[in-house]
Structures are given as C-alpha cells and as structure tokens.
Design a protein around this ligand. Structure first.
Ligand SMILES: [Zn+2]
Length: 106
C-alpha cells in the first residue's frame, strides 16, 4: 500500500491513506493550526474550538477551522427564561386548564 501523500509504501496506512510518518506530521500540523485558531478567534463562551475540530485547508494562505459559536436565546422565540415567565403568568390568566392537564400527565 502506498501513502497518498509521500507515495512511500507502508505496511499499514492510517485514515485518509497516509503512512504513519505523514499521519503524525498531519496531526501535529492540525493541532498547531487549532492552537493558532484559538489564539486568533477563540472567545470563551462565544467561540470555542475543539481539540478534534475539522480543518479545511485549500490553496489560500489560511484555512477554515470548525468552531462552536454560542447562540443567545434571550429575547428570541427560543428564550427559555421568558418562556417560563410567560407560562407562569399566563397560566393563571388564560391557560390554567392546559397546565393542569400537563401536571396530571407527569
Ligand atoms: Zn507518507
């Protein structure tokens, strides 16, 4: 079997058809790129990058690194705190029967 990067023959190829040497080199490069991405882009609680983040590199002088981007629910339809407050206040006014059914169901 031949390595897809250096074309050396290897007894066993790792993922993506790389020989162990190239695999190690790729992994080291990848983790250094992830470190760099964190230095440049990571903001705790806003943008976070996993150790195992995907790296997408083409011919440009840079690359994309997959990151977790925090999405704030406040004042949106997903707002959990607002939802709770609403069900509490409207439960007493309009939706008391519905809430009662829910509680019985639990
Ligand atoms: Zn190789």
């Amino acid at each position: 079997m031949l390595c897809s990067k250096c074309n050396q023959s290897a007894d066993a190829l790792t993922e993506r058809g790389l020989c162990p040497d190239c695999h190690l080199e790729t992994e080291e490069r990848r983790s250094e790129i992830i470190e760099l991405a964190r230095e440049q882009r990571q903001e705790e609680g806003v943008v976070e990058i996993d150790d195992t983040a995907q790296v997408s590199e083409g011919s440009d002088n840079g690359c994309y690194v997959a990151a977790w981007v925090w999405v704030d629910f406040a004042d949106t339809k997903f707002d959990k705190e607002k939802g709770d407050n609403e069900s509490q206040s409207t439960a007493q006014a309009n939706h008391a029967p519905t809430v009662a059914v829910c509680r019985n169901g639990q």
